[in-house]
Design a protein around this ligand. Structure first.
Ligand SMILES: [Ca+2]
Ligand SMILES: [Ca+2]
Ligand SMILES: [Ca+2]
Ligand SMILES: [Ca+2]
Length: 443
């Protein structure tokens, strides 16, 4: 083999050098290209892995929620988020958060972290037209159309809409004439726009994200007033229902129809003398709150007997609102309460966090007539909870979000609804993922 000509003319020397440079450059480009492809494949695999981890963290978190409900939410008790892991809780290399709600509607950096009590909302299937009309942004026409959508007949109420309206739509459909199965089903109802339903909270995390406060610059269209104007979904549920039995599963005593058994219960719990004084007030009461007020028993006496008594013969009481967890806008819809007293109730509740075992405290705030009027719509117990779970896999990648609705009214907590919300995008607020990790981890 001939040796390469290294000592020929300077011109030849130059061309060889250029060729060598080109070859070297080509090799470098190839190396970079393959390197990048390999890195991208690696990153993709890593992201996929992070996503799978996040999926598994969500399943793990949902089992943890079952555990919380089974152990800490017995007899309609609403678990305190301080007593369970709701915020950046680790599952292997992943973390999960439970996106909750709190009373503050002002802008905050990140959401509240807690389970969401479905009894804190107004029940779309039981609320009267007047109650629905009291919701923010609700119109009288939409409230009427909601009543027509769920009632079994095909006769439109005043300003309402039945099949003859929906059959003129393109595509045409029939009025449902049956209860709502999801709150989102409202989109089928005449006059309910996505704006009304979801408001400014485009990612449904209960806080004002940047794009939700920049007017028309990015979707959604918002009024950029620095406050979150939520949609109807914030205030409505279809899940709230309460078993009308004692915590041990046995029947309660109906105080309106069974005076003798009432006296027995009162005697057992409060003694014969008090039983004789208290029992007569039961006749004609439409709620336990009314009985509490009219009998003039003490709050601690009421706490002893409330679980044993009822004013209804139904197996389940549908759509009661938990006065200890409901937001102001929801309480404002309850007959006897209204906007002003709702604000007073919420302020009182915040200042007296410990008296919430029964709803006796409501009579401290409302005048007697208002409390009696509100009584049939209120409860201090909750049995259905949404766990809105966000998870991130390794290195805080692989964002996933799934909402589960749990029903705790049977002997075991059950998942009755599940929905993937990942497509709504980042729900953990406005802060950088890495600084989040540092600040939260160091707490
Ligand atoms: Ca109807
Ligand atoms: Ca938001
Ligand atoms: Ca916007
Ligand atoms: Ca706003």
């Amino acid at each position: 083999m001939k040796r390469p000509i290294l000592h020929s003319s300077p011109r030849q020397h130059g061309s060889v050098l250029i060729i060598v440079l080109w070859v070297a450059l080509g090799l470098v480009s190839l190396t970079i290209y393959f390197g990048q492809t390999a890195m991208m494949q690696y990153r993709n695999a890593d992201n996929r892995m992070a996503g799978i981890e996040a999926d598994q963290a969500i399943e793990g978190a949902s089992r943890y929620v079952t555990y919380i409900l089974r152990n800490y939410a017995t007899n309609g008790f609403v678990p305190n988020p301080d007593n369970y892991a709701a915020e950046m809780a680790p599952v292997g290399e992943s973390d999960y958060w439970l996106i909750g709600r709190d009373d503050q509607s002002e802008r905050s950096e990140y959401p509240a972290f807690a389970l969401v009590d479905e009894s804190s909302k107004l029940n779309l299937n039981t609320a009267t037209r007047e109650m629905l009309e009291a919701l923010p942004n609700m119109t009288s026409e939409l409230a009427a159309a909601i009543i027509d959508w769920r009632d079994t007949d095909d006769e439109a109420t005043t300003d309402g809409a039945e099949s003859d309206y929906y059959m003129r739509m393109n595509p045409a459909y029939l009025c449902k004439n049956a209860p709502f199965e999801t709150v989102e089903e409202l989109r089928m109802v005449r006059g309910c726009t996505p704006e009304l339903l979801f408001g400014e909270d485009w990612n449904r995390n209960g806080i004002l994200d940047e794009n939700e406060n920049d007017g028309s610059a990015t979707a959604p269209l918002d009024n950029s007033d620095g406050r979150l104007d939520p949609g109807l979904v914030e205030y409505l549920t279809i899940y709230s229902r309460e078993p009308n039995t004692k915590s041990d599963g046995t029947n309660r005593v109906n105080i309106t129809s069974n005076q003798r058994q009432l006296v027995t219960v009162l005697t057992e719990k409060l003694g014969q003398q008090r039983a004789q004084q208290i029992a007569p007030a039961a006749s004609g009461c439409r709620s336990l709150l009314e009985f509490y007020i009219k009998s003039k028993m003490t709050a601690s006496e009421f706490a002893l007997v409330a679980d044993d008594l009822t004013t209804s013969s139904a197996t389940y009481q549908e759509g009661l609102v938990n006065v200890n967890t409901a937001r102001e806008e929801v309480l404002a819809c309850i007959p006897g309460i209204g906007v002003e007293k709702a604000a007073t109730l919420v302020a009182y509740r915040k200042a007296h966090k410990d008296d919430s075992q029964t709803l006796a405290w409501v009579s401290e705030v409302l005048d007697q007539a208002s409390a009696v009027q509100a009584g049939p719509y209120l409860t201090a117990r909750s049995y259905q909870f949404t766990a809105d779970i966000v998870a991130l896999g390794r290195n805080h990648r692989g964002y996933r979000r799934v909402a589960f609705v749990f029903d705790n009214s049977q002997s075991e907590p059950q998942i009755i609804f599940r929905r993937d919300l990942t497509r709504f995008g980042w729900a953990l607020g406005n802060i950088n993922q890495n600084s989040w990790t540092l600040t939260q981890r160091s707490r």
